[in-house]
Every structure is written in C-alpha cells, then in structure tokens.
Write a protein that binds this ligand. Structure first.
Ligand SMILES: [Zn+2]
Ligand SMILES: [Zn+2]
Length: 297
C-alpha cells in the first residue's frame, strides 16, 4: 500500500536511495539475525508473494525475522496485514512525527489502538519528534501536534505493554524531555540511532535500547561509531530502515532486509567481536524487547 503522504521517512531520505545504482549483492550469510526496523511496502513488497520473496531473500543470508513499521494510517493497516502473510514478518504501528496531525482524523485513535493491539504488532512505532522537516516542506505536523502525538503513543505503549519505537531527528533533548514528562514505558527503542556518544550514554543509562542502521557504516559517521561502541551488549539492535540508508559501500543503492549482515559485520568489527556473537546478542535483545510472540517464532 502506497503511503498517502510522502515516504516513510520523508522525501529527503529519497536522496539517499539514488535512482540508478543496482541493488547491493547478497552478502555472505550471517545466521540468526533480525531486521528490527524496515518498511516492506517502501521496498515495493505490497502483495503476499512479494513479501515472501523479500523475506526469503533475507533468510538466504541469515536474516530470519523482520519488523515492518508504519508511519501513517494506511501503512498501519498494511503492516498488520503483511504480518499475517508470513510468519517471519511482525508489525509496528504508529504515526510518524511528520504525520502526527493524522491523529486528529475522526476515528484515527481508535483504529490505531485496534491495530496496535493485534498480537502480530510487537511495537508502537515509529513515533517521536522530527524537527528536520519543519519548514522544509508543506504538510509537516507542527511541534505542538508532534508533542501531542508522541505523548499519546507513549501512553498507548504503556497501556498495551508494548515497546515504544522512537524516531528522533534533530530532537535529542526534546525527546528525552517528553519521555520524562509523559513517563517512559518499560521498553524504549531508539530506531536508527543518530546521536553522539553523550546522547548514547544518556539513553543507555536510562535503560533504552539503541538500534543502528546503515548510517553507522558511513565514513563520515565518526560520532555515531563512537556511540555504537559504548552500548552494552543487551541494549543493541540492528536494522535496515529499508528502503533507505543502505550501508557502505552500497550507499545510494536500494536497501532491503537482506542487507542487515553488512551493518552487523561492521558493528561487530567496531566492537571487536565476532559477527556471530553480534548476531546472537542483537537477536537475544530483539526476542526480549519484542515479546513472546516474536521470540517464539
Ligand atoms: Zn524513522
Ligand atoms: Zn523507519
């Protein structure tokens, strides 16, 4: 299902995708991995057959389960449906901060809550704050709308006992302030963590889980790499955020769940551990945070 507004992560991220580069080759298999955050519909997997094909491709290199994430109401319906098409697919439901105003649509809260309650929905996300897009394009939710929506999603996560999956773009201090103001749920995941070592330490001290995407592999991401080194073994996840943010050296090519091993290998190297160990510990964390239905699959 094509999103009604923009792309999952806003139109600017399309610049990372490029138009001409061919898809990256299949990496060497690294068994036991999870893609903790992807957008299957953004990867053009909008039918049961296409989803199966994509997840088969991921499984062929060891990526055994994926969490496909919603950014708007249409996608929230899609991700729950897609999670029924294949046992290896799980959903996360929320409004992206840039689409936070959709919360004011008649019936939106009720529908989001119903979809988020589905046993295949393993997280409330992606929600949070995004200051990057303010003033850069039309139709972006105002700061007031974003704070209100983030607060509503925090409350939903607490009521449903599901982890909160945060999108944070240029809003470090405000995200932390909102979590304090509304009261953080038991489990908080920063998807596509993009902060420096100080922000990582702050999150780690609060018990939050940090999920790293292909951005950590970029040659200019020195601060992010420093952050990725200090996260304890049991607070680390790996994700693609596909179709965006394809890891080095394939930056600019379309991303997909099968590319997780590129980032996992990079993170393992950065932390001085074997890739197999990185796979084992990130998957143990995914099993813990995403709950019983996920862990049992
Ligand atoms: Zn995001
Ligand atoms: Zn995303």
């Amino acid at each position: 299902m094509v999103p009604s507004t923009g792309t999952p992560e806003g139109p600017g991220r399309m610049a990372d995708m490029g138009k001409k580069k061919p898809p990256p080759p299949l990496p060497a298999p690294l068994p036991g991995l999870v893609d903790a955050h992807t957008h299957l519909d953004g990867c053009r997997a909008t039918t049961p057959e296409a989803v199966r094909e994509l997840v088969d491709r991921a499984a062929s290199v060891g990526v055994q389960r994926v969490v496909t994430v919603a950014c708007d109401l249409d996608q929230a319906r899609y991700v729950v449906e897609a999670s029924r098409w294949d046992d290896r697919v799980f959903a996360a439901v929320a409004l992206h901060p840039t689409d936070a105003h959709q919360l004011e649509v008649d019936g939106a809260r009720e529908e989001l809550e119903r979809l988020a309650s589905d046993p295949r929905c393993v997280a409330i996300g992606e929600t949070g704050l995004d200051w990057y897009w303010l003033g850069k394009r039309d139709g972006v939710a105002t700061p007031e709308q974003q704070h209100a929506s983030f607060g509503w999603h925090i409350d939903l996560a607490k009521r449903l006992g599901k982890p909160l999956m945060i999108h944070n773009r240029e809003a470090d201090a405000d995200i932390i302030a909102d979590l304090d103001r509304f009261g953080a749920p038991e489990t908080v995941i920063f998807h596509c963590f993009s902060g420096d070592a100080a922000m990582a330490r702050e999150c780690v001290d609060r018990g939050y889980v940090l999920s790293f995407s292909g951005t950590v592999t970029f040659s200019n991401a020195v601060q992010l790499q420093e952050a990725a080194r200090l996260v304890p073994d049991d607070q680390l996840l790996v994700e693609t955020d596909a179709p965006y943010l394809t890891p080095h050296p394939h930056r600019g090519a379309p991303n997909e769940s099968y590319c997780v091993p590129y980032t996992a290998n990079y993170l393992a190297d950065l932390r001085g551990i074997a890739p197999e160990r990185l796979a084992e510990m990130t998957t143990a964390t995914a099993d813990r945070v995403f709950g019983e239905a996920f862990a049992k699959s």
